[in-house]
Design a protein. Structure first.
Lengths: 306, 102
C-alpha cells in the first residue's frame, strides 16, 4: 500500500518512513492496519491553528506476524510534527495496548520516533502519555512483553522517553536517542553553558544509543538497518523480564546505585570510565560488533530491571 | 487552510486492482497522497488541503498534467499538503498511481 523495503539488510531504519519500517520489520505481507488512512481519523485540533493534518495522525497501528508469531505494532512517523503525541495519535496507541489484553499477542512492538507531546493539543497529549504508560503496565502485568524499538530521526523524547522507560525491553541504534528534555529544551531553560544543543557529539554521547546501552537504559544496541531491528525484536521478546514486585525493587535499587556511582560525573565519558571502559573517547566510533564485545564485559548492562 | 477540489473526466480506468495506497508524509516541503479506487472508471477527483494560500492555479495545472499522463480513472485522490513544491507534488502523484497499479 505504501513504500516497500526491498533489502532489509541494507535499508536504513533511520531514513525509512513509519510504514516502510513496519513493512521490513514484520513477516512479508502480514501487516493489517487498524484505523488506516482511509478512515481519516485526523486531529480535531490542528485546523484551529491552520496546520495541516495527517490521515493517520502520525501513528500507524495494526497487527502482523514476526517469525510466524502474532504481534501488535505501533509505528510513529517522526517527520510529521516530530512524531508528537496528539489526541488521536495517543488514543490509537492506548487502544492498541488495551486490545492486547484480549488478543494476547506474543508481544506489542512500539516503533518510537517522537519529540514528545504535540504542544498544539498538549492537554490531550499529556493525558495520552499517562494512559499509554498505564496501559503498558497492564499489558506487562498480563504477561505480554512490550518492546520498544528506537532508531528514528526524532529519537524518543519527552513523554516518549517516559513511555520507553515503562517498556519490557528496548533496542536502540546509534541514531536513536532516549531522554525526556531534549537538547534545545535544556539549552533554552539552562543556557548553552549547561548544554550546547549544537554540539552533536555532546548530544549523542549524553542521550544516544550507546550511552543508554552502557548505563543499562536500553537492552540491545543495533546497527541502523531494518533487519537488525527485526532480529533485536525477536531476541528481546524471548528475554522479557517478569513484571512483579521483585523486578520493581531491583530496578529501584539499581537506580539508587546509579545515582550514587555516577551522580557527580560531568560528562558521559566519565561514567563510561567508571563503568570500566578503558578508552571512553573511542566508544562513539565503535562498530556495533565491537561495542557489543565491550558491553559484554561490563556490569550495569545485564539486568532484569525496568 | 485552503481547500481545493478538482474533478476530471478520464478515458480509461487506472490499470491494476489495488483499492488503496498512500505515499509521502506531511512534513515541510512534502505532502501525503491518499488514493482510493472508489469512483466510476471515467472520473477522477483530487481534493487538497494546503496551509499555503493563493496557489490554486498552480495546483490546477499540476493536477491536470498528472491526469493527462496517468489517466487515473476511478481514483479519489486526497492530499494533505505541507507546503510542497509543484515538482514534488507531481512526483508523489505519479508514485501513488504506480502503487495502485502494482
Amino acid at each position: 500500500m505504501s513504500e516497500r523495503i526491498t533489502d532489509p539488510r541494507a535499508a536504513s531504519w533511520y531514513e525509512a518512513s513509519a510504514r516502510a519500517r513496519l513493512d521490513g520489520l514484520l513477516d512479508s505481507g502480514s501487516f493489517a492496519e487498524i484505523l488506516g488512512p482511509e478512515q481519516r481519523k485526523m486531529s480535531p485540533h490542528l485546523p484551529l491553528f491552520d496546520l495541516p493534518r495527517a490521515f493517520d495522525d502520525g501513528l500507524v497501528i495494526g497487527s502482523g506476524r514476526l517469525d510466524g508469531r502474532p504481534v501488535l505494532v505501533a509505528a510513529q512517523e517522526g517527520r510529521f510534527m516530530g512524531g508528537a503525541f496528539g489526541e488521536v495519535h495517543g488514543a490509537k496507541l492506548v487502544g492498541l495496548l488495551r486490545a492486547a489484553l484480549g488478543l494476547k499477542p506474543a508481544a506489542v512492538l512500539i516503533l518510537f520516533d517522537t519529540g514528545g507531546v504535540r504542544l498544539q493539543e498538549a492537554n490531550a497529549g499529556e493525558t495520552a502519555i499517562a494512559e499509554v504508560m498505564r496501559a503498558i503496565t497492564e499489558a506487562r502485568a498480563a504477561g505480554i512483553p512490550v518492546i520498544g524499538l528506537i532508531g528514528g530521526r526524532a529519537g524518543a523524547y519527552g513523554g516518549g522517553g517516559l513511555i520507553a522507560g515503562t517498556c519490557s525491553r528496548l533496542a536502540v541504534s546509534e541514531g536513536g536517542r532516549i531522554s525526556v528534555s531534549g537538547p534545545e529544551v535544556i539549552e533554552t531553560n539552562k543556557g548553552a553553558e549547561e548544554f550546547d544543543s549544537r554540539d552533536r557529539a555532546l548530544v549523542w554521547r549524553t542521550m544516544g544509543g550507546k550511552h543508554r546501552r552502557l548505563i543499562g537504559g536500553a537492552d540491545t544496541f543495533v546497527d541502523d538497518t531494518v533487519a537488525a531491528f527485526r532480529e533485536a525484536a525477536l531476541a528481546l521478546i524471548g528475554r522479557a523480564p517478569a513484571f512483579d514486585l521483585a523486578t520493581l525493587e531491583a530496578e529501584q535499587a539499581r537506580l539508587e546505585r546509579r545515582l550514587a556511582d555516577f551522580g557527580e560525573c560531568r560528562d558521559a565519558t566519565e561514567i563510561w570510565s567508571r563503568l570500566g571502559v578503558n578508552d571512553p573517547a573511542a566508544v562513539p566510533g565503535l562498530t556495533a560488533a565491537d561495542f557489543d564485545a565491550l558491553v559484554a564485559g561490563l556490569r550495569e548492562t545485564g539486568h532484569d530491571a525496568r | 487552510m485552503e481547500r481545493l477540489t478538482f474533478r476530471h473526466a478520464t478515458k480509461a480506468p487506472l490499470v491494476g486492482r489495488k483499492p488503496l495506497a498512500i505515499t509521502g508524509v506531511v512534513a515541510s516541503g512534502n505532502l501525503e497522497v491518499l488514493l482510493e479506487r472508489t469512483l466510476p472508471p471515467d472520473a477522477c477527483t483530487v481534493e487538497i488541503e494546503t496551509p499555503v494560500h493563493g496557489y490554486g492555479d498552480v495546483w490546477e495545472a499540476v493536477v491536470a498534467d498528472f491526469v493527462a499522463r496517468a489517466q487515473p480513472g476511478g481514483l479519489r485522490i486526497t492530499i494533505n499538503d505541507g507546503g510542497a513544491r509543484p515538482d514534488t507534488v507531481s512526483l508523489r502523484l505519479l508514485q501513488g498511481a504506480r502503487l495502485m497499479e502494482g
